[in-house]
Ligand binder design. Structure first.
Ligand SMILES: O=C1O[C@H](COP(=O)(O)O)[C@@H](O)[C@H](O)[C@H]1O
Length: 235
């Protein structure tokens, strides 16, 4: 059993409000982390939901000290490195390919080596970070987050591996690499992103206390869940 999750819900009337507020929050957290610790370590979410956020970060070129950003991912699909379905490629195309963040500070998950090979290699990469400053996460329609799926081991125990080799994910890509719930919880801030009516049922189940994978992310500071109104309630 994992610790109780402290949740703060933030509901925005439109997708534009959601995007503006989330981007503003990311830039503020980056400024604070850089002022206090001299660097900002962010974990990116995969899937489609964060793409507009990444595009807005790309447009905010003058608003951050990009040379101090270090970028990681929460999960990745075991597909060729340049496959457009990969979480790293979605973020690269929307933002990172055209960003001033030094290439050596961008750390995609090497999932092209397969679940086991990718997990072992990425464990060495994240071992260099004690606590992430900000972890962005998505929410699947079945309540999964990163590549932690219902009915599987999410690595929520304190002694579980930091990076998991996933071989039986439902859907099109069964093989994946994912940070474990335990590792994702080692973040100063965690922000979930969910937009659209398709997420409504997962959000309701989470609000009602069902033990979904998303509920296993339990950083000391709690989690912030940013939603559009249609994902939260009947508008
Ligand atoms: O499989 C995945 O799905 C979730 C949610 O994706 P979305 O397209 O519905 O936003 C995502 O957070 C995760 O990284 C991805 O691998």
């Amino acid at each position: 059993m994992y610790p109780r999750q402290q949740k703060r819900w933030h509901v925005y009337p439109t997708a534009e409000d959601f995007e503006i507020r989330v981007v503003r929050g990311i830039l503020r957290m980056a400024r604070e982390a850089i002022a206090v610790r001299g660097a900002f370590c962010i974990v990116l979410a995969g899937g489609k939901t964060p793409a507009p956020i990444y595009r807005r970060l790309a447009a905010a070129r003058m608003e951050a000290e990009w040379s101090k950003w270090h970028v990681y991912w929460g999960d990745e699909l075991c597909l060729p490195a340049d496959d457009p379905a990969r979480n790293s490629v979605i973020a690269r195309r929307a933002w990172l390919d055209d960003s001033p963040i030094p290439a050596a500070q961008i750390h995609p998950i090497p999932a092209e080596f397969g679940p086991q090979g990718g997990a072992e290699r990425y464990a060495e990469v994240v071992a260099g970070v004690d606590e992430f400053d900000l972890t962005l996460l998505g929410l699947g329609e079945d309540g999964h987050t990163a590549s932690l799926f219902p009915g599987r081991d999410w690595g929520a125990d304190p002694d579980s591996a930091e990076v998991l080799a996933v071989t039986d994910a439902p859907g099109a890509c069964a093989e994946r690499v994912s940070l474990s719930a335990n590792r994702l919880s080692r973040s100063r801030e965690v922000v979930f992103l969910a937009t659209g009516f398709g997420k409504f049922s997962a959000v309701q189940r989470w609000r009602c206390g069902e033990p979904l994978p998303a509920a296993a992310i339990t950083p000391a500071c709690g989690v912030d869940i940013c939603l559009t109104l249609d994902a939260f309630d009947f508008a």
